[in-house]
Structure formats: C-alpha cells, structure tokens
Design a binder for this molecule. Sequence first.
Ligand code: MN
Length: 254
Amino acid sequence: MSSGLCSYVDLHCHLDLFPDPRAAVDRAAASGVYTLAVTTTPSAWPGTCRLVGGAPRIRVGLGLHPEIAHERAGELDRFEAHLPEARYVGEIGLDGSPQHRPHQAVQSHVFSTILQTTARAGGRVLSIHSRRATTPVLDLLAAAPDAGIPVLHWFTGTRSELARAVAMGCWFSVGPGMLKSSSGLERVRAMPLDRIITETDGPFVQTSSGPVGPWDIPRFLGEFAKVIGKPVQDAAELVDLNFRTLSNNAPDSR
Ligand code: MN
C-alpha cells in the first residue's frame, strides 16, 4: 500500500501488548507503515527491541506509563540505563482519571524524573499521555524545556490548554479513537496542521475486525482527511512531511 512517494506513519502503537505480538510486528513490518512501538515499562525495552528486530520502519520508544508508575517507579534506574540506546521516549506522562488520582504524587515524580533524565541525555522525541492531566503535564514540560520535542498523544485538553501546548512547541498524534466524539473532532480541527501526525494506539482501540494497528493507517487517513477538510492525498503528504520534519529535528539524530 502506498500513495505516491508518501510514507504512512503510526507514531503511537503498543505492538508488544497485542494478543500475538510477533504477528503484530510482522503485520506492521509488511504494511510498510513507519511505526513507533511505544512501551510501558523500562523492563519491556530489551524484549520489545528483540521482538522488532531489524524491521527497518519500526522504532521502539522507552517508556514508563503513568497508569503503572506507582508499581514501576523502581525502574527509573533502568530507564536511565537504556536511554542511550533509545531515540524515542514513550509512553510517559500523567493520568488524572479518578482511579489513578491516588497515585498523583508518584506519577509526577516519575514523569518529572524522566524529563530531567532525558534533558541531561540531550533530549528525545517524547510520546506523552495526558488524559485528565493536560495542565500538570504542560507544567512539568515547561519545567524541563530541554527534554526534547513533546508529542501529545490522544490530546483531550481544553481549547486554552491546546493553545498553551501549541505555544510551548508541542506536537500532536491523532488516532481513530479521537475521531469518535464531537469534542475529539473539535480538538483535531483546532490543531496546527504542521504539527499533526497519525497514530493508532493499538491494541487499545478496537474496530469490528479487531484491534487497530499500523496496517490500518491508510484507511484511517481517509477519515482524518475528511476531518481536516483536505483530499486524502494531501492529508497523506501532510503527515509524511510532518513526520520528516519531526525526525529531522529529533534531538538525538543518529
Ligand atoms: Mn498508548
């Protein structure tokens, strides 16, 4: 599947958490879609790198997910140890949902420690979770301006939080889950077109044919194009150009 010379991109997908991770990686590789395979714990880094192997269009993100930060705070040392091997960091961030609120303090400690560690290492592209926590996420990012280029995945903040994120230089990754609600659509339409990249957040977004993954990006681009009011080819070229710009500006360009 290709549209001219365009590359398709899935900037946030949990390939290691699919029911059959090997099959998911093989399918992603065969699709040719550039994929950022985010992880949720530093201890998942070595295994996910092995799983992805030499797939030329799949990169692995070094992460520590906010929903399990209270269980995995002890892995911050492992995060720092693996960071020199990682060009991308994620999934990281904060989650302010009621069930995670009791762990707010440890979440903040983990996220800010990661940002400071990443800043000391020269910065990275960061794939960031901010559900019900946009303002505290932006506060911690503002306190660590050298941590790299923040990409807010599945942004759910308010219009004024979006404006602040844009002013801070944040990017956005947008997936099928965001296009299901009118508030999600409104947020996508308010984002700067030169800082949007596509994602799936598979396997945590489902369709009738199973969990979405990188192979669904060409179809998703059709929906995304309608939302931003552009022909699908233009939307594909836009995402491709944005991804190149992000990659070229990545702090740790190797
Ligand atoms: Mn995710």
